[in-house]
Design a protein around this ligand. Sequence first.
Ligand code: PMP
Length: 413
Amino acid sequence: MEAVITKKIFDSDKVRKDFPILQRAAGGKPLVYFDNAATSQKPNSVINAIGNYYKNYNANIHRGLYSISIEASEAYDKAREKVREYINAREAREIIFTRGTTEAVNLVAYSYGRQNIKEDDEIIISAMEHHANIVPWQVLCEEKKAKLKIIPVNDKGELLINDYKKLISPRTKLVAVCHISNSLGTINPVKEIVSLAHEKNIPVLIDGAQAVHHTKVDVRSLNADFYAFSGHKMYAPMGIGVLYGKAKLLETMPPYQTGGDMISSVSFEKTLYNEIPMKFEAGTPNVEGAIGLGAAIDYINSIGLENISEHESALLNYATDEISKIEGIRIIGTAENKASVLSFVVEGLNALDIGIMLDTSGVAVRTGQHCTEPLMDWFGIPGTARASFAFYNTIEEVDFFIDALKNAVRILK
Ligand code: PMP
């Protein structure tokens, strides 16, 4: 299997040196970090950008007329522009900074949802959604007496597009699906999903939490109405994320939170709201997070998204082949089109025990339901062990993981 990665896509040793945490040990062994779908590690350039902000120009933004506040405001606005360019949005004002994907979905559910969803309306989501793209819609539906419709999946963990077509009805008012599944790795045909909904003038929200750092996302070409993602999964800090929304929709939506910054004028009689994006960014924003996200985008661009996805696919293919040789292994999520997520169960063993055993070898994987409980129920399993790869992972680490897994299975059985 050594020939799986036939050419050196980039210098792994060099790239790994950019991530200080990858130099540390776990339980006396080198850390093998395979929980990238939960959160990614941060390169020095991101860590330094945050440090530099606090050391040199920490100030509240859009308020001060003094130089460090102006510098901080410019850096924040520049980060928004970097995000715009990264996802090819038409305008920077279509980029709303949020705490993450969860807040971005909630923003749409509370603002767009409460304005537009009425009794007996229907919202379509899929069976493989993260709880963050289920619960906000469920709560909205309960409040409005609307209905949640679910696109089913097949045994491989692929969406059944014909069933989706049948679910679309005159009552459908919104479609919300993930671009890439966090527990299966399935890459959904989001362009087709959007275009089928648009044939009936139904807006679509895409949860891109697992996609923006694996594959080129072009929101204009996708034609998604909303696209949500989190910084921390794309090498940026925690607590920063993005809601992209088409300007014409965002402009008609009411604010989600109110307070400072989101207003243009306040009197005790009446408040006038600010323009987008500020209308949706009440209060002091996460300036360091936005700056860190901008630095993460620069970093990703310096490696190249195509190189990243090529390397990650090679890791996934190799790991899939090797893990399949272990007796009793069942891979959960075998879609034709898959990102670097390898979820599995071992016959007769508890996924949690596997996770704990792997940790004793310094291998970090996630175990459990991965915030997709309905999907686990559909597969009839309590959860999986999940290895998820990033571009800084190596074939040697996969080999180490497979050996540690074989050992764990031998001891536990
Ligand atoms: N959607 C998907 C597909 C995810 O993987 C995650 C994070 N696991 C989320 C939404 C929620 O992201 P966050 O916790 O960063 O808001």
